[in-house]
Write a protein that binds this ligand. Structure first.
Ligand SMILES: O=C(O)C(=O)Cc1ccc(O)cc1
Ligand SMILES: [Fe+2]
Length: 455
């Protein structure tokens, strides 16, 4: 039996320079630092915006020499070739948080680059989830462990996923009254107004995955966490996923979602508790169209993992404007995107000023499927259409191993093909420039495409 998840609790980032990412999240992305765990050996800071919580962990800065000495742990997962230098999947044998509380509610990934590597879920019963997942053959990095302070007790456990360095902490906070987790101290903070940046939750998490590995990743999440397939497009092939394979874009997208089964959980802007919240998108690059941003991620991240996270906002224009003014760098599609006759009309029909969208690099896509079953469906033509607005940030870590996205959904639940194409072109142009610069410095490394093994 699978472990059923109540809700997404937080996402963990592991970075060498916590202060830099803290600055980015607070000053630029308008998150609130609300709790911290600072010990001699560790620095863990938690940032919140609506229901979206990031825990930023200080990552030991290891030299390539040290990294090569770490035992590989790749028995089951999808990871790059073992011969690749600098690769390590996770903790060293024998190390776990019982003995090494440096990184509470997670493990030190001993990973060579900054990475977003843990998606923590709230579950109703950690012990039961642990037993069922272990019976299904999962590797646990931390067995069920209790942590308490004067506000109560939580139980957690950390399970290794099938994909690269991605782990999942499972936590039960039902017996805890504090504002986050035991061991974290509240930080004196003036709660900032959310008016100009109304981010409410994580909309989706996108994995970059090696070629032909999507089915294994899908079935792992179905089998272990009860995830279900989410069809991005009505014409999407069950086996092939949503394929974009033309004009230089070679991408296979497959999405999945989980269903909340608990009465607990933060109120999200869904009235029906059976609604899924955060989706998981698996992105795989297709070889025919040449190198692309998924390949770049796999190379720079030294393996598969979390490529980006979509933050849901109720007002993308004001959010992008505020963040842009604070110094967030967004990708902008080629200017022609906003002046195409059809596009301009589409934006105006949706009630947006194309120049305003252009100023912030915001992409708009119309979902051509009509609202059939949605009871909130309005009557006029304009309101019947479903829109999706997105804007993508430039990498926020020092290497191209993670970025954020703002997304506003006006009825559309998928991922716009038009938006992905526009994004792709802008990212491609950025990558080409970066690559040219790297080549000029004589540091160009082009590894073989990565394949999965040992499923
Ligand atoms: O459109 C989105 O937000 C996605 O998440 C799909 C996606 C996946 C990978 C990419 O490199 C670009 C786009
Ligand atoms: Fe996305």
């Amino acid at each position: 039996m699978a472990a059923y998840l109540s809700r997404l609790h937080h996402i963990s980032l592991h970075v060498t320079n916590v202060d830099k990412i803290a600055y980015e999240l607070v000053s630029k992305f308008k998150f609130n630092l609300f709790v911290a765990r600072l010990t001699e050996k560790s620095k863990q800071l938690a940032f919140r915006k609506g229901a979206a919580v990031f825990v930023v962990n200080e990552r030991p800065n290891m030299s390539p020499l040290e990294l090569n000495g770490v035992t590989l742990s790749t028995e089951r997962g999808i990871s790059p070739s073992e011969s690749e230098p600098g690769w390590t999947n996770n903790i060293q044998p024998g190390e776990n948080n019982d003995k090494d509380p440096n990184c509470l509610y997670d493990v030190h990934p001993h990973y060579p680059v900054d990475t977003a590597s843990n998606v923590c879920f709230e579950v109703e019963d950690v012990e039961r989830s642990f037993k069922s997942l272990r019976n299904l053959g999962c590797d646990f990095l931390v067995p069920p462990t209790e942590v308490c302070d004067d506000k109560g007790l939580v139980t957690y456990s950390v399970v290794k996923s099938i994909l690269g360095n991605v782990n999942h902490t499972l936590v039960d906070t039902s017996k805890y009254k504090g504002s986050f987790l035991p061991g974290f101290q509240e930080v004196e903070n003036v709660a900032k107004s959310t008016e100009s940046c109304p981010i409410t939750h994580f909309d989706h998490i996108t994995y970059a995955c090696p070629r032909r590995c999507t089915p294994q990743v899908m079935s792992w999440y179905e089998r272990h966490f009860g995830f279900q397939r989410f069809f991005i497009d009505s014409n999407e092939d069950v086996d092939e996923g949503y394929v974009l394979n033309k004009e230089g874009i070679g991408l296979r997208l497959t999405a999945m979602e989980y269903w909340k089964c608990s009465e607990t959980g933060i109120e999200l802007p869904f009235t029906d508790k059976k609604q899924p919240d955060c989706k998981f998108v698996i992105a795989e690059s297709l070889p025919e169209q040449g190198r692309n941003q998924v390949d770049t991620f796999l190379e720079q991240h030294r393996g598969p993992g979390i490529q980006h996270i979509g933050l849901y906002t109720q007002d993308i224009v004001s959010t992008a404007q505020t963040m842009g003014q604070a110094g967030v760098h967004f990708f902008s599609p080629p200017p022609a995107y906003y002046t195409e006759v059809g596009k301009q009309q589409e934006m105006e029909d949706a009630g947006y000023d194309p120049q305003m969208l252009s100023r912030h690099g915001i992409l708009l896509d119309t979902d051509l499927r009509q609202a059939q079953t949605d009871p909130s469906c309005q009557t006029t033509d304009t309101q019947k259409k479903r829109y999706l607005l997105q804007v993508f940030t430039k990498p926020i870590f020092s290497e191209d191993t993670f970025f954020l996205e703002l997304i506003e959904r006006r009825g559309a639940s998928g991922f716009g093909e038009g938006n992905i194409q526009a994004l792709w072109r802008s990212v491609q142009a950025y990558m080409d420039t970066e690559r040219a610069e790297t080549e000029a410095q004589g540091e160009n490394i082009t590894p073989e495409p990565k394949h999965c093994h040992n499923a």
